[in-house]
Design a protein around this ligand. Structure first.
Ligand SMILES: NC(=O)C1=CN([C@@H]2O[C@H](COP(=O)(O)OP(=O)(O)OC[C@H]3O[C@@H](n4cnc5c(N)ncnc54)[C@H](OP(=O)(O)O)[C@@H]3O)[C@@H](O)[C@H]2O)C=CC1
Ligand SMILES: CC(=O)N[C@@H](CCC(=O)OP(=O)(O)O)C(=O)O
Length: 342
């Protein structure tokens, strides 16, 4: 059976990645694509790597007829999708890739994003889109909130360890590297090649990154008490990819066993043999996440490393995985393509 989908924000990085994935999906058909500045252009003109595809023109959102659309992927900037999602027909299912519905409380949203929420009544309805941990609610959901890409990577490394209680909750330090495409395609002066191509810098240091809102929300829920990790992201000169290095206190082999057990049946989450370190380059362009555990020279300490592609498993791949569940399809449909290498 074919399901008609629309992609709002198709002229951005995650929108283009959605099109790339859906192009070979056996059950999804792209019925509409929206853009803002690029409205009126052909997708293949904006993204020549997609020019072989027969796709609808990019139009303004207000020109889309949602009558025959079953599911909308919303790949719009923060703060924009809440009012748009609120006004869509209730018959349309929504996967939002942005941050507007990730936090369950209006106060938390205001604290981390500095905005009053335009659709607070919809916040409780939204299901957090970390597929491997919210699979059953996602199947039933009308609205799924895609996770932050950094937040997904950190959670894949740590959630089973917090749940199993095999690490010290008060001593978790996470250092993360991520690529430039995480900042989106709109021109930003500090993202220019001359400034980024040979530089590395940390940002939102000191517990200020907005993904801590969702990490606090999720980890506190699992731990059953307030849990606030230390977290610093760094921008590195690569196109795509996230690698989170988490320093934890606990017995390293037990930590590896807890992750291996939890992810044994997960098609996209691969726990490497004990002592092996994952590499970002081994997941590029795919919906896979690799996780490694390495013991420390000092007993009782371990390093847990998780890596994924921010534009795929960190956003658009996750979005298609969730859409598959919402539409009653096989979760892996359209997503089993191997990573690009080298
Ligand atoms: N990049 C990433 O790695 C990740 C991104 N996300 C989230 O996904 C969402 C999209 O991100 P990304 O693809 O990187 O963003 P981009 O900046 O690359 O793309 C944004 C898209 O939104 C459109 N748009 C911008 N302003 C408006 C407006 N006022 N009205 C209608 N459409 C508008 C743009 O159209 P046009 O270009 O034509 O103006 C473009 O299609 C964001 O919420 C982001 O936080 C989530 C996880 C990872
Ligand atoms: C390089 C860069 O700026 N990365 C972004 C995260 C990517 C992302 O898109 O996450 P959201 O959906 O929450 O925006 C950051 O760390 O803020």
């Amino acid at each position: 059976m074919t399901h008609n989908v629309a992609i709002l924000g198709a002229s951005g990085y995650t929108g283009a990645e959605l099109v790339r994935i859906i192009a070979t999906h056996p059950n999804l058909r792209i019925a509409a694509l929206s853009a803002d500045r690029k409205a009126g252009q052909a997708m293949g003109a904006v993204f020549p790597h997609l020019r072989h595809l027969d796709l609808p023109m990019l139009t303004k959102i207000e020109d889309i007829d949602f009558g025959d659309i079953e599911l909308v992927f919303c790949a719009l900037p923060h703060g924009l999708s809440q009012a748009i999602v609120r006004d869509l027909p209730r018959s349309v299912k929504v996967v939002d890739l942005g941050a507007d519905f990730r936090l369950r409380s209006t106060e938390d949203y205001k604290r981390w994003y500095g905005l009053d929420h335009a659709a607070p009544e919809m916040q409780p309805e939204a299901v957090y889109g970390l597929t491997e941990f919210y699979r059953e609610p996602i199947r039933q959901a009308r609205l799924v909130a895609g996770t932050g890409c950094n937040a997904a990577t950190v959670q894949f490394a740590l959630r089973p360890l917090i749940k199993a209680g095999v690490i010290d909750f008060d001593d978790i330090i996470c250092d993360l590297k991520n690529g430039i495409s995480g900042a989106g395609r709109s021109l930003k002066e500090n993202m220019l090649f001359a400034e980024r191509s040979t530089d590395v810098m940390g940002y939102s240091i000191g517990g200020k990154h907005r993904h801590l809102g969702e990490l606090d929300q999720e980890f506190t829920m699992i731990a059953g008490r307030k849990l606030e990790i230390m977290f610093t992201p760094h921008l590195v000169p690569i196109n795509r990819g996230i690698l989170a290095t988490c320093y934890v206190k606990g017995e390293a082999e037990g930590i590896h066993a807890a992750l291996a057990k939890r992810y044994a049946d997960e098609p996209f989450l691969n726990v490497l043999p004990f002592g092996e370190a994952p590499s970002m380059g081994n997941v590029t362009g795919s919906n896979f996440c690799h996780i490694g555990v390495i013991g420390d020279r000092k007993a009782g300490r371990a390093t847990v490393i998780a890596t994924l592609d921010n534009l795929n498993k960190g956003s658009s791949g996750q979005a298609v995985q969730n859409a598959n569940l919402m539409l009653g399809l096989d979760e892996t449909e359209g997503l089993m393509l191997a990573p690009v290498f080298p």
